[in-house]
Design a protein around this ligand. Sequence first.
Ligand code: TRP
Length: 459
Amino acid sequence: MKTKDVKEFRSNSGQWSGKFGFLMAAVGSAVGLGNIWRFPYLAGQQGGAIFLIAYVLIIAIVGFSLMIAEFAIGRHAAKNVIDAYGAKKKGWGAVGIVSCIASFLIVSYYSVIGGWIIRYAAGYFDGGSFAESGDYASVFASFTGGTWEPIVCLFAFMAVCLVIILLGVQNGIERFNKVLMPLLFVMLIFVMIVSLTMDGAAEGVKFFIVPDFDRVESTGGIMGIFLAALGQAFYSLSLGLGIGTTYGAYARKDISLSANTTLICVSDTLVAMIAGFAILPAVFAAGAEPTVGPGLVFVTLPSVFAAMPDVLGSIVAVVFFLLVLFAAITSAIALIEVNVSVITEKFRIPRKWSAIIIVVAATALGIIVSLSQGGFIGGVDVLSLFDTFSNTFLLPLAGILTCIYVGYVWKPKNALAEIAAHTENGTVKLGKLWSLNIRTLCPALIAVLFVYGIVDLFI
Ligand code: TRP
């Protein structure tokens, strides 16, 4: 975002409506397809309860510390991501470039899945006859593997995003977020209750919360599980893409970064876990395999909806997919914004045009992603490729660099002063622990998994 925009933004306190607005915007960016689509299928693929444990550990050790670091960098510099990192030492702006590439790759497949959500919402609005056969896996495979239908849905998703961006996101989106996010939460709990009361659901609950070490072998091994958990933590918390720095730049000094970071991490993890409880028990109840991958939500939720009394099932399904769609749109807009702000500033073109350029380019790439689902791109699954490449390589890379930047370039004591700006005595509890973590354990852990991921890829 332009410095001018930042100033306008700051002078208009009505926009970032204080503490609650900041929290809701951050939660809105974090809660998205990552929680409802990606987390349950990864948990299904990566051994269930063991993945859950790895995930919570990573959130506690790495996610929290890194998120607060990103907020501190942003609020202190009050600049866009590239200039914020470049504030203390020029070359560090390069971290921002990694973020831009990653967010572009993510948006190109995020929008394809957003399109699938639109298709399902529309299908249930139409009475659910598209899934009448009851063979939800084939319905999903033939839809996503098709040529035109998923591309039309992709266009629809991107068109909605573009319209909102061109209308000016801040006011509308923020207001919608405050109502729709809590509503999504309630709906998810409702779906969870239905799923938990299905016959045979107990197996799924067990899978999700009781570790079964025999399953480790059938996954990529314990290191692979931790690597997947790390990628998911970055993805779900929106780390490594400059969202923390950008949003931090709009936060006033009286906002407690530590309290907000805690709330964001807890609520994001809670939504993911509820989604796990809504989906995994239904998978087992339907006698399906939890390891199918990205299609999991689309294959199992229809069975949950089918288990409800007739009309109710369709109504719940429509509302549910619409809310997920909304969560996806809010996240997609934030992802697009990362590149829009950079293009606008670096090439000095009007914001409107940079938004159009980014959306058109991402849609073009999205078409390739979509076609790859039907095996058109030589059988390569471009969606999984982009997903893995950005979330297990680019984001952790940005994460390590952020630790080094805060730990050794900017220095933890300066970051802590920023974090503690709202307190009277200028200190934060556990500040020492955080400093130590951000300099040692945090980057070391990411580095080990990062190197493991690369070695694993080539051997
Ligand atoms: N956290 C989002 C989700 O769970 C996805 C995401 C990753 C994101 N990085 C982001 C969204 C940056 C907005 C901005 O779906």
